[in-house]
Design a protein around this ligand. Structure first.
Ligand SMILES: C=C(OP(=O)(O)O)C(=O)O
Ligand SMILES: [Mg+2]
Length: 579
C-alpha cells in the first residue's frame, strides 16, 4: 500500500495538468527528496458547541481523565520506541497533556454540564491562545498542544487517531499543514523522502527533526495541503522549491546532483581550513546536551554557541543550581580538547521565559528588556548561572568561555566581565549583535576577551526588520552590505587587539557567506550541526585570498542580492555543492 492509497485518493504520479507546477517555501533541511505525496489528512472535527453530558459529571470527568492519560502514555511509549531527541520531545508533550491546570479547566467545564470532548476542546483552546500570544518559541508549541487535543478528542469520540503511517512501500513526501512531534517521531529516513509543511519556521519541530534525521524539508509552503495525495513530488530542501509531477529527466538530474553533492561533502574531512591551510575552527550551535550527538557526528571542533535559555524554557521557575551545573558539564565533557562558548541567558523578545517577565508590556520586545538587560533587572539569576558555569567548568579539560547577549555599550560589557571574574570566569566575551557594539567594537574589545557576532540580531537591528515579522523577512538578509560592513568593523577591531572574532548567527551556516566572513577576518564559525559538512567543503575548496576577494566584491555593491552574486563569482567550484 502506498501512502496515497491510504488516503483514499491517489492521482497518478507524473501526469496531468500538475506536471511541472511548483510551490515555494523555506528550505530548512538541505537535499533533494522525491516520492508520492502523503497528505496528512483527517483533522479531528470540532466537537459540537452545545453538546452536554448525561448529568453524571463525575463519570464524565473520569472519562476525560482516562482519555488524557491514554494519550500521554501513548506519547511516552512512542518516545521510548524512538529514543534520542524524539523521546525528549514526546516526553515534554506527555507532560503538557498531564498539566494539572489543563485538567482543572476541563473538569470545571464538565461540572457545568459540557460534554467531555467539547470541554477538552475549549480548555485546550484557552491555553492555545496564551501560547500563541507569547510568540516565538512558545507560539511554535501551539502545534504540540493542538495535537494532544486532537488525540484526546479522538479517544473520547472513537475517531481514528490522527497520524502518519510508520511504514510504506516506497519513501513518501509527507505533506501537512504542520507536523507534531508524535507524527514524526517514529518515522525513519527509509520511509520519508522529504517533509513539506504549510506552516512552521526554521525553529519548528518539523525543521528541527528533519535536520536531525537528515531528511530534506520545506516549511511555510503555501498551498501544500492542496497537493493531491499520491502526486509525485520533488523537494529541494535548500532552495525551498517543491515541484509537482516533475518529468523523469528532472528527477534523475536532481538525484545525480544529490549524489555528487554527497560525494563532495564526504570528501572534506578534519578541522575547518581554507584550501591553503588557513585554519577556521568549525563549531556547533547547540541548545543543550541533546544536540551533542549531531554536533559530534558532523565533526564539530567545539561549541561556538550554547544557547542556555533552552534549559529554562517551558518552566515556571529557574532550573536549580545542580540541574544547571549538570547540563553544562555534560556539554563541556563532550569536547575534552575543544572550546565551548556558553552564552548566558538571552531571555525576552523571541525567547520569552515564563519566570522572567518584563516589568510591563513592551510595544517592541526586540528593543526592550532582553538578553543582558534582563540580568540587570534580575542579577541573582545571572549570579546563579555564572556560579553553576564556574563549578561545571572546574576540572574539565575543555576550554570554557562565557559570553553575554545583547550588549550595546562598553559599560554593559564591563559590568558583565566583572561579574564573570567574580564568579571565577576570566576572559568573558560579548556578542556583537547590536549595531552600536559593532560600530564601537574598538572600544568594546578593550574590555571583552573575544567577540562572537550574532548575525540574526545584527541584521534585525541594522535593517530595522523584526525577526518575527514575516512581512519584513526579505530585509532579514545578512548578505546586505550594511551588515557586512558592521561585521568587518568588528572583525578588524578584534584582530587589531589580537583577539578572536567568531560568527555564530545563521550567516555562518551559509557556505558561500562563510567564505566571505573568513575573508573579512572572522576567526571561527559556529552553526547548526548539519551545516558543518557544507561549510567545511566550501572552505576547503577556496584559498584565503579567494575568500578575501569574495569579501571585497560583496562589500563593493549595493544590495544583498548583488553581494551574493559578486561573492559567488569569486568562488569557483561551488557548483559542485549546488548552492
Ligand atoms: C546567534 C544569535 O543569537 P539568537 O539567534 O539566539 O538570538 C544571533 O542573534 O545571531
Ligand atoms: Mg541573538
Amino acid at each position: 500500500m502506498t501512502p496515497g492509497d491510504e488516503n483514499g485518493a491517489g492521482s497518478s504520479a507524473g501526469t496531468g495538468s500538475l506536471a511541472g507546477t511548483s510551490l515555494a517555501g523555506t528550505g530548512v533541511s538541505p537535499g533533494a527528496g522525491y516520492g508520492p505525496a502523503h497528505v496528512l489528512a483527517g483533522e479531528i472535527p470540532e466537537p459540537d458547541k452545545e453538546a452536554r453530558h448525561d448529568g453524571d459529571a463525575a463519570a464524565e470527568r473520569a472519562r476525560a481523565e482516562r482519555a488524557v492519560e491514554e494519550v500521554a502514555a501513548d506519547l511516552e511509549a512512542r518516545g521510548a520506541r524512538a529514543g534520542g531527541e524524539a523521546q525528549e520531545v514526546l516526553g515534554a508533550q506527555a507532560l503538557m497533556a498531564r498539566d494539572p491546570s489543563l485538567a482543572a479547566e476541563v473538569g470545571e467545564l464538565i461540572e457545568r454540564g459540557v460534554a467531555a470532548p467539547r470541554a477538552v476542546f475549549d480548555a485546550f483552546g484557552k491555553y492555545r491562545d496564551l501560547l500563541a500570544a507569547a510568540g516565538g518559541y512558545l507560539a511554535e508549541r501551539v502545534t504540540d498542544l493542538d495535537d494532544i487535543r486532537d488525540r484526546v478528542i479522538a479517544v473520547l469520540t472513537g475517531l481514528p487517531m490522527p497520524g502518519v503511517p510508520a511504514r510504506a512501500d516506497e519513501p513518501f513526501v509527507l505533506v501537512a499543514k504542520d507536523l507534531a512531534p508524535a507524527d514524526t517521531a517514529l518515522l525513519s529516513k527509509d520511509v520519508v523522502a522529504a517533509f513539506v509543511t504549510e506552516q512552521g519556521g526554521p525553529t519548528s519541530h518539523t525543521a528541527i527533526l528533519a535536520r536531525s534525521m537528515g531528511v530534506p524539508a520545506v516549511v511555510g509552503c503555501a498551498g501544500a495541503t492542496a497537493i493531491a495525495p499520491g502526486t509525485s513530488v520533488l523537494v529541494d530542501g535548500a532552495s525551498g522549491q517543491v515541484l509537482l509531477a516533475p518529468d523523469p529527466a528532472r528527477v534523475a538530474a536532481a538525484r545525480a546532483a544529490e549524489e555528487a553533492r554527497r560525494a563532495v561533502l564526504s570528501a572534506a574531512t578534519g578541522p575547518g581550513a581554507t584550501a591553503d591551510g588557513h585554519p577556521v575552527p568549525l563549531l556547533a550551535n547547540i541548545g543543550g546536551p541533546r544536540d551533542l550527538d549531531s554536533a559530534l557526528a558532523n565533526g564539530a571542533e567545539g561549541v561556538g554557541l550554547y544557547r542556555t535559555e533552552f534549559l529554562f524554557l517551558d518552566r515556571e521557575t529557574a532550573p536549580s543550581a545542580s540541574e544547571q551545573e549538570e547540563a553544562y558539564r555534560a556539554v563541556f565533557e563532550a569536547f575534552p580538547q575543544g572550546r565551548v562558548v556558553v552564552r548566558t541567558l538571552d531571555s525576552g523578545a523571541d525567547k520569552p521565559l515564563a519566570f522572567l517577565p518584563p516589568p510591563e508590556e513592551e510595544p517592541n520586545p526586540a528593543l526592550g528588556e532582553r538578553g543582558l538587560r534582563m540580568f540587570r533587572r534580575y542579577p541573582e539569576i545571572m549570579t546563579a548561572q555564572l556560579g553553576a558555569l564556574a563549578r561545571a567548568a572546574a576540572g574539565v579539560s575543555a576550554e570554557v568561555q562565557v559570553m553575554a547577549p545583547m550588549v550595546a555599550t562598553v559599560e554593559e560589557a564591563e559590568w558583565f566581565a566583572d561579574a564573570c571574574r567574580t564568579a571565577g570566569l576570566d576572559g568573558a566575551g560579548v556578542m556583537i549583535e547590536v549595531p552600536s557594539a559593532a560600530l564601537r567594537a574598538a572600544d568594546l574589545i578593550r574590555v571583552a576577551g573575544f567577540f562572537s557576532i550574532g548575525t540574526n540580531d545584527l541584521t534585525q537591528y541594522a535593517l530595522a526588520a523584526d525577526r518575527q515579522v514575516s512581512a519584513v523577512a526579505g530585509l532579514q538578509d545578512p548578505w546586505h552590505p550594511a551588515v557586512l560592513d558592521l561585521i568587518a568593523t568588528a572583525a578588524s577591531a578584534a584582530s587589531a587587539a589580537g583577539k578572536g572574532c567568531g560568527v555564530c548567527g545563521e550567516a555562518a551556516a551559509d557556505p558561500v557567506l562563510a567564505c566571505v566572513l573568513v575573508g573579512m577576518g572572522i576567526t571561527s564559525l559556529s552553526m547548526g550541526a548539519p551545516a558543518l559538512p557544507w561549510v567545511r567543503a566550501a572552505l576547503s575548496r577556496h584559498t584565503l585570498a579567494q575568500c578575501r576577494d569574495a569579501a571585497a566584491a560583496a562589500r563593493s555593491v549595493t544590495s544583498a542580492r548583488a553581494a551574493k552574486a559578486a561573492a559567488y563569482a569569486e568562488l569557483p567550484g561551488l557548483e559542485a555543492l549546488a548552492l
